[in-house]
Each structure stands twice: as structure tokens, then as C-alpha cells.
Design a protein around this ligand. Structure first.
Ligand code: ATP
Ligand code: MG
Length: 259
């Protein structure tokens, strides 16, 4: 059986309301699970919960996470419980990935520090090549402010993978990049999927999904409203209000008829 990561019944309580409610999802080797939904629907919070980045105050978070032989009851989980998961099992390409690179570190040092966490190759060039740099030597000695948006995204991807992760959370990996760079990153994710990486792809852009995703989860107001196949998405067979709105807006923008 291929390796899986399962999140069941995730709930996250904010100061005044439930921010995420009863979210369940699973990731599997060589599959892309897409999480889409309007701004503020809880996608990033869900991603952060998988990594133990939501906060450890009692009553904030509940649900269970099963991955890599670990079974965590999230209500009681501590930072130590997540240590075997982060980097080694589960890589994270955060939203606004440039900000995840240390501004005082070269690309070589950032990727090297991530690689030191895992048991894979220690050579930063290996991970940069895997992240789409044909000539890693060109970026090794650069600092984040010296990289273009697309280069920073690929350097952050190298950091996310360098722990030897078998799963990747990519939170809006193409947002704000020029379409040719977007295409490169998507091709790249497709290659990583073919190599057996299991991916949680968070995006607003439904156009990316038919080629890449195996399952699409539509999230709104903290809940998963529907789960569809990419084929259903292409056929316009969405039933949730959030899904229908996203699809309509995507089609309107693609048609250029905004008036
Ligand atoms: N640390 C926090 N404390 C309190 N509320 C939070 C916190 N982080 C996020 N929220 C709230 O949780 C909700 C979901 O936020 P989240 O960042 O998950 O949205 P998102 O779906 O990723 O949106 P976007 O598409 O804009 O990135 C929002 O209402 C946000 O204000
Ligand atoms: Mg977000």
C-alpha cells in the first residue's frame, strides 16, 4: 500500500469563532490533492495545522493526524510531536514563499540547513536542480533580495524538499508570478508528482487543476463544502456556492468580458 497522510476532523477555534470546522483530507504518494476556496476560508490555517504551526493553547485545535507511523491527537500534541514530521516527512512551501527565506542567508546556506534535517543528499545543488534550476551554481551565493520572484519561489521549494520530504504542502505556489514562471513551477510539480511526491496544492486558480490534481476540495467559511474530480471541475459540475462562484469568476477572467 502506498504511503498516506490523513487528517481527520480538524477544528480550529479563533478568539470569537470557529475558524476551521471538521476538515478531513488525505494525501497519498504520487497524488495531488487540491484545496481551493475564497480568501479567508481557512486553507492556510489547515496547512499550518498539518505542520503544528497553529498554536498549542488548550482548546484551540482538535482532530487527529496520522502520518509516517505517528498518530497525533492534535488537542494534546506538543512541538516535539511534530519534529519527526516537519521537513523530513512533510515539506512546506508557504504562501509568499520569499518571506520564508532568511534574508541574511545565501541560498546555499538556507537549502543546506534544510538538507541537514533529513537523511538525503547534503549538497544544496542537488535540491536546487530538483526544484528547477538547471544551473544551481548561479544562485548558490545569492541572497533572497537578489532573486527574482520565480527564482525565490524555486529556492523556497528547494528548502521545502531538502529534508527529504515525501509530502509537500504548496500554498499558492504560482501567485504573483509571470505566466511563464507559473508554467515552469506547474511542470515542476507534475514531475515531482511523477517521482512519487504526495502534494497538497492550495490555490485560487482553478485553471491549474485539470492537468495536475487528482482530487479537488472546495473550502468555504472553514468547512470542506464539496470534493470533486478534476473532470467534474472541467465539466462545470460544482454544486457548492463557493465552488460555483470560483468557477464563474475564473471563466469570466479567461473570457476577458468584465464589462
Ligand atoms: N492566528 C490567527 N488568529 C486568529 N485568526 C486567524 C489567524 N490566522 C488566520 N485567522 C483567520 O482565519 C481565517 C482563515 O484564514 P486563512 O489564512 O486560513 O485563509 P485562506 O483561506 O488561506 O485565505 P487566502 O486565500 O487569502 O490566503 C481568516 O478569517 C483569518 O482572519
Ligand atoms: Mg492563505
Amino acid at each position: 500500500m502506498s504511503e498516506t497522510l490523513s487528517l481527520t476532523g480538524l477544528a480550529i477555534r479563533g478568539p470569537n469563532r470557529l475558524l476551521v470546522e471538521n476538515v478531513s483530507l488525505s494525501l497519498a504518494a504520487g497524488r495531488v490533492t487540491a484545496l481551493v476556496g475564497p480568501s479567508g476560508s481557512g486553507k492556510t490555517l489547515t496547512a499550518r495545522a498539518l505542520l503544528g504551526l497553529v498554536g498549542f493553547k488548550p482548546g484551540v485545535i482538535s482532530g487527529t493526524l496520522e502520518a509516517g507511523g505517528a498518530h497525533l491527537a492534535l488537542t494534546h500534541a506538543t512541538p516535539q510531536d511534530y519534529r519527526p514530521l516537519r521537513g523530513k516527512l512533510l515539506g512546506y512551501l508557504p504562501q509568499g514563499a520569499r518571506a520564508s527565506l532568511d534574508p541574511l542567508w545565501t541560498v546555499e546556506r538556507s537549502v543546506g540547513a534544510s538538507a541537514a534535517l533529513g537523511s538525503g543528499p547534503n549538497d544544496p545543488s542537488h535540491w536546487l536542480r530538483l526544484s528547477g534550476f538547471d544551473d544551481p551554481e548561479q544562485v548558490l551565493r545569492h541572497f533572497p533580495h537578489e532573486l527574482s520572484g520565480g527564482m525565490a519561489q524555486r529556492a523556497a521549494l528547494a528548502c521545502a524538499l531538502a529534508g527529504g520530504s515525501r509530502f509537500l504542502i504548496a500554498d499558492e505556489p504560482t501567485t504573483g508570478l509571470d505566466p511563464t514562471v507559473q508554467e515552469g513551477i506547474l511542470r515542476h510539480l507534475t514531475r515531482l508528482k511523477a517521482r512519487g511526491l504526495g502534494v497538497l496544492l492550495i490555490t485560487h486558480d482553478l485553471r491549474l487543476l485539470p492537468e495536475l490534481a487528482d482530487e479537488v476540495l472546495v473550502m468555504a467559511a472553514g468547512r470542506i463544502e464539496e470534493r470533486v474530480t478534476p473532470e467534474a471541475l472541467v465539466a462545470g459540475a460544482l454544486r457548492s456556492e463557493a465552488g460555483v462562484r470560483l468557477l464563474e469568476a475564473t471563466r469570466t477572467i479567461a473570457s476577458g468580458r468584465l464589462g
